[in-house]
Design a protein around this ligand. Structure first.
Ligand code: GLN
Length: 479
């Protein structure tokens, strides 16, 4: 990672690196709106601390790297609101584990990145605070829910960000903004200090401008954590070296069901180009089938909403949130939630509560969980035939702001290609794969078997080298 390597070798200080990042934020974030809050004073303290540690001879893998952190992760000393009114003024008691691991590695936190409220959405339009715009076209959405993280990286404000991905919220915005986004295997990265949306799906991961950078950030945050009993002990090995390894002889399966969906013309052409690139890099390209993949959206919106309705029950205005003056407990709940939650969050709570209600549990939640198990089994069989599975990251390039806000079901379909890996707990990366005719980024997604991060990074690194996209500043943020 160039930024870290410069600071490590003392060619440039972390303090100067941060000053440059803040200058860039100053110049372009008025147009983009990626940050909910920029925290220069704390960031300069962290940068000076990184410089002192480097001077004392510590070898820091992320020395002085300026980061944007999605606003659903705890950074001690800053607020964490999930872009929700109900969490305004909430100051977390500690760092999230992923954040404390970045800190230990020498990272510097520039500020809190905008997101869809409680990570529910695909456009960042569900933020209660502000819109975020796509740096490639300011009239378009950056994707979501980690839209602030993606836009901050794409517009050159920071070289890296953390996002969280429940059904695609790292990969979909990364693809919309033309950056790399990686969701690790479920259990690789601790969820301690990540505000819960759907606990069996949520994973933290990096957004960066290169595959090797994503590998480095992932390696730093991965690993078991006594504070999260769902973290796994499997060795993450060396994903950064894997990214340079190449794909000669590797079995790369193109997902049959993705192409049967009736792909957008430009996305189809882009996928055809990717197939040729993998072939010319020496991979063994074959079709591969995951028969239940098309059911993933239906399964996801039952499971994720059910878990959300249960997780969000804690926002009762007693422990969290503004406390309106009320006559009794019931009206306190009603009034604080009426004021505190936006429409999409309310919709998910209602949907989830319905799906879990005694008379409907078997018909919806029980069935969705069985279908989820069958989908995971489909993937396991597919990975007996291939090393990685490839499909598009997004069904169309970034859409216009406001285009889908009135139609939640169409919005939900934005996740059609990302949700399957989430339900099966698989690692998946999106890598920029070129542009549409209108100059909007497209992304290629690469999925691996559980704990198969290394083949994912190998294929992603090879694809990135083969396509060799020029490193240009997006149109909307040229100064
Ligand atoms: N867009 C999906 C949703 O709204 C995924 C969100 C996420 O991954 N956090 O649920």
């Amino acid at each position: 990672m160039a930024t870290a390597d410069e600071v490590r070798s003392r060619r440039r200080s972390a303090e100067d690196t941060l000053a440059d990042a803040l200058t860039r934020v100053e110049a372009v974030d008025g147009r983009v709106g990626a940050f909910l809050e920029v925290t220069p004073d704390l960031a300069f303290q962290e940068a000076r601390a990184a410089d002192a540690r480097v001077a004392a001879g510590e070898d820091l893998p992320l020395a002085g790297v300026p980061f944007a952190i999605k606003d659903n992760m705890w950074i001690a000393g800053r607020e964490a609101t999930c872009a929700s009114r109900i969490l305004r003024g909430f100051h977390p008691p500690a760092d999230a584990t992923a954040v404390s691991r970045l800190r230990r590695a020498g990272a510097v936190f520039v500020g809190r990145a905008n997101m869809d409220e409680f990570a529910m959405g695909s456009s960042t339009e569900n933020s209660s605070a502000q819109l975020t715009r796509n740096p490639h076209d300011l009239e378009r959405i950056p994707g979501g829910s980690s839209g602030g993280s993606a836009a901050a990286v794409a517009s050159g404000m920071v070289p890296a960000a953390l996002g969280s991905d429940t059904g695609g919220s790292i990969r979909q915005p990364a693809a919309c903004c033309g950056v790399v986004g990686f969701k690790p295997t479920y259990g690789r990265v601790s969820r301690y200090g990540l505000v819960a949306f759907a606990s069996s799906l949520d994973q933290i991961g990096p957004l960066t401008r290169s595959v090797a950078d994503a590998a480095r950030v992932y390696r730093v945050v991965a690993g078991p954590d006594p504070l999260d009993s769902t973290t796994a002990g499997e060795d993450p090995a060396d994903p950064e070296s894997a990214a340079g390894r190449g794909v000669r002889g590797m079995r790369v399966g193109f997902l049959v069901e993705a192409e049967a969906e009736g792909l957008d013309d430009e996305v189809a052409r882009n996928l055809g180009e990717a197939r040729r690139l993998f072939e010319s890099a020496g991979a063994r390209v074959t079709p591969v089938s995951v028969p239940r993949a098309p059911e993933a959206i239906a399964i996801y919106y039952v499971v994720a909403s059910a878990e959300a309705s249960s997780n969000l029950a804690r926002y009762d205005s007693v422990r969290y949130g503004p406390r309106p003056s009320c006559r009794d407990l019931a009206s306190l709940y009603v009034e604080s939630r009426t004021l505190g939650f936006g429409p999409e969050v309310k919709r998910r709570i209602l949907l989830g509560t319905f799906a879990l209600a005694a008379g409907y549990y078997e018909a919806y939640y029980g069935r969705a969980m069985r279908a989820r198990a069958v989908l995971s089994h489909d993937f396991a069989s597919a990975f007996e035939q291939v090393d990685v599975i490839v499909c598009p990251s997004i069904p169309t390039p970034a859409f216009k702001i406001g285009e889908k806000t009135e139609d939640p079901l169409t919005m939900y379909l934005s996740d059609i290609f990302t949700v399957p890996a989430s339900l099966a707990g698989l690692p998946a990366i999106t890598v920029p794969s070129g542009f549409s005719k209108a100059g909007l980024p497209l992304g290629l997604q690469i999925l691996g078997p559980r704990f198969g991060e290394e083949p994912v990074f190998a294929a992603a690194g090879a694809f990135e080298r083969e396509i060799a996209l020029p490193d240009e500043t997006p149109r909307g943020v040229r100064t």
